[in-house]
Structure formats: structure tokens, C-alpha cells
Design a protein around this ligand. Structure first.
Ligand code: 2P0
Length: 351
């Protein structure tokens, strides 16, 4: 076992969305399958380093420089601690661990920091503890920290099978096509960098319990997932685009139909929606597709061929000083070398 292990993972963008959990929600088991592509780690990433901490009385987890409090109110941290505990037990390891994780992008901004964070952590721990778990097992563990994280355990284009079993052993993500398969990009218009008002976890539960429209979503989204898999396999952008936009709109409609209603999109998001339809109309066929997660930031999917046109459209709508990221398809989690460790002498001096 080496002294420090560092892994890097990146978020993914869902082309068909995961929204709503089955069962009691505790295992993050979805009501429908979803499809995504993993974003390039060169644009957005989480780096996570793990080391033994024999001097500490308990595990210490630092996210973006802040020690995470161990109270029950913070659901995500409790989950992370549980997973660490379980993986450590499986490895027959007893020392306390120091985990340091940094995002290259703002947390809670709708840029899926929980997905890249959880997948980097699970990938690093597997290596650090010498567990040698396969990609299916790693995906299941990541899912339990944060549902969408299971899709970030693979690179390229990814399908998360909803599964049927109550224990979640058949609900995991698998690559359907590698990074090199298709040169699509996610042009991300950062509309708002602040933390969202309603967390995804609260939203999943509220929509499932109270939205009338949601009743029809699982079956609809399941069909969309099949259509998107076919469109990806055939590199059929026009077919992909319509399903992607409709699926995002459908999910946001169920959010608005939640009681009390949840609204993640703002006026700028809507201006972008309209501009994408205008652009596609002018081109005579779809060259761009918007999709929105639990926040107002726009993800406009296009191909490398049309990236400049789409960037111009976005910067025109968003106006001066707009922040636009261009993320091609990524390769999935990987290990970094010792020199990339976040647990430096400088870090240890300051904690
Ligand atoms: C997705 N989102 O498929 C959808 C689209 C947001 C909208 O997965 O409670 O942070 O940790 O399982 O994974 C966000 O939900 O929720 C999400 P938990 P998660 O990407």
C-alpha cells in the first residue's frame, strides 16, 4: 500500500435525466435509467488524495480546504463517512484516514460536484486500500454516495441501468461507447455560480411525492434512454437533440409541478432555450441541444463541427463578461502521480 494515492474524476452531463428515487431513497435507486457522457477532466475535475492519519482520533475529510463537520445534519458527509468505513472494513484496514478533495469548479452550482467528488473518492480508496473492485462494484458504491456519481465511474458515453432489485445490486452504470466514439461537446453557460436553493436530494423526494405530472415520467424517461443509446451508437445528432431537449423540459415540468413548486431555471436559461431553437430552425436541422440540471446553468450539447457557432450564440445571449466552458467527452477516473498529491507538507502544516 503506498503512502498517498491521488485520483482525478470529472462530472458527467445527463442526456436523459435521473430525477426521483424508488424505495426509501437511501440507496439512490432511480425510477428510470439515464444516459450521460463524462466531461473532459481537462475542463472540470475533482482531485482526491487519501493517506493514513494515525495521529488523528477519527477520519478527517477536507473538501475545498474545509474540514467537513461530522454531524448528522450533513447527509452527504455522513454518507461519505459510511462508505469510507465500509471500504476500510472490507480491506481489513484499521487506521484513520485523511481525505483531501478539491474541485476545479464551484460546489453546488449545478455543475455536479457531488458526481466527480464521489467517483474520485471511490476510485482513490479502491486503489489505496488494495480492494481491486471491478467497475460494476465501484459504480454501485459511488451511486450510494450520490446517484449520478455512478455514471462518472466510466469515461465516454454511459448508461445507468435502473435495475429492479431492492438491494440495488443491478443498478449501476456502464460505458456504451468510448471517449473517441463521437466528438460531441458540452458548451456550458455559467448563468449562476451560487449554491442552489433546493438541494437535489430534497428535490428528488419532493417531486416524487407531490407532482401529478411525475407519474408519467419514469416510463417516458425509460423510452428516452433507449432512444438516446441508439442515437449515440449511430452518431445521429438530430435524433439525439430532440430527445435530450424534451427530456430536460419534461424533468423541469415535473419540478414546477412539485408542491410547493421548485424552479431551477431563470430568465437567462429561458433566453438560451429560445436561442437554441432559433439556431436549429435557421439551420434546418438540429445542431445544438440544451439540457439543464438542478440549476440555471445551460449545457448546450453540439458537435466539434458546430462548436464555434454555438459558443457565439451563447455569448450573444449571455452578454458581456459571460463565462462559457467547452467540455469535450472525458476519459473517466484515473490515478495521478505522487507529485499531484494534495497532501503536501504545506497542507499538513496548516491543518
Ligand atoms: C442527473 N441530477 O441525471 C440529474 C438531473 C440533477 C438533474 O442526478 O440525491 O446529486 O445524490 O442521488 O445525483 C442530481 O442528483 O442526487 C442529479 P443524489 P444527485 O444528472
Amino acid at each position: 500500500m503506498s503512502e498517498t494515492i491521488t485520483a482525478m474524476a470529472s462530472p458527467n452531463i445527463a442526456l436523459v435525466k435521473y430525477w426521483g428515487k424508488r424505495g426509501d431513497g437511501s440507496l439512490n435507486l432511480p425510477n428510470n435509467s439515464s444516459v450521460s457522457f463524462t466531461l473532459s477532466e481537462n475542463i472540470l475535475n475533482t482531485k482526491t488524495s487519501v493517506a493514513v492519519a494515525p495521529d488523528l482520533k477519527e477520519d478527517a475529510i477536507y473538501i475545498n480546504g474545509e474540514l467537513q463537520p461530522k454531524d448528522q445534519k450533513n447527509e452527504k458527509t455522513t454518507f461519505i463517512s459510511k462508505i469510507i468505513e465500509e471500504m476500510r472494513k472490507n480491506a481489513g484496514f484499521s487506521d484513520n484516514l485523511l481525505v483531501v478533495s478539491n474541485n476545479s469548479f464551484p460546489t453546488g452550482s449545478g455543475l455536479a460536484s457531488s458526481a466527480s467528488g464521489a467517483s474520485a473518492l471511490v476510485f482513490a480508496l479502491n486503489e489505496f486500500l488494495g480492494l481491486k473492485l471491478d467497475s460494476k462494484e465501484l459504480s454501485i458504491i459511488a451511486r450510494r454516495i450520490s446517484g449520478s456519481a455512478c455514471r462518472s465511474m466510466a469515461g465516454g458515453f454511459v448508461y445507468w441501468k435502473k435495475g429492479e432489485l431492492d438491494d440495488g445490486s443491478d443498478s449501476y452504470a456502464e460505458q456504451i461507447a468510448p471517449q473517441s466514439h463521437w466528438d460531441v461537446v458540452d458548451m456550458i453557460g455559467i448563468v449562476n455560480e451560487s449554491r442552489k436553493k433546493v438541494s437535489s436530494s430534497q428535490g428528488h423526494s419532493a417531486t416524487t411525492k407531490t407532482s401529478v405530472l411525475y407519474k408519467s415520467r419514469p416510463e417516458y424517461a425509460e423510452k428516452n434512454a433507449d432512444l438516446v443509446v441508439d442515437a449515440v451508437r449511430n452518431r445521429n445528432f438530430a435524433a439525439l437533440a430532440e430527445v435530450v431537449m424534451r427530456d430536460s423540459n419534461n424533468m423541469h415540468a415535473t419540478m414546477l409541478d412539485t408542491w410547493p413548486p421548485i424552479r431551477y431555471l431563470n430568465d437567462m436559461s429561458w433566453d438560451i432555450i429560445e436561442a437554441v431553437h432559433d439556431l436549429n430552425g435557421k439551420n434546418g436541422e438540429s445542431i445544438a441541444a440544451y439540457t439543464f440540471d438542478a440549476g440555471p446553468n445551460a449545457h448546450v450539447i453540439t458537435t466539434a463541427q458546430h462548436a464555434n457557432e454555438v459558443r457565439e450564440m451563447l455569448s450573444e445571449v449571455m452578454g458581456e463578461g459571460s463565462r462559457i466552458l467547452e467540455a469535450p467527452v472525458g476519459s473517466g477516473p484515473k490515478l495521478l502521480s505522487e507529485k499531484d498529491s494534495l497532501i503536501t507538507g504545506e497542507f499538513l502544516k496548516n491543518i
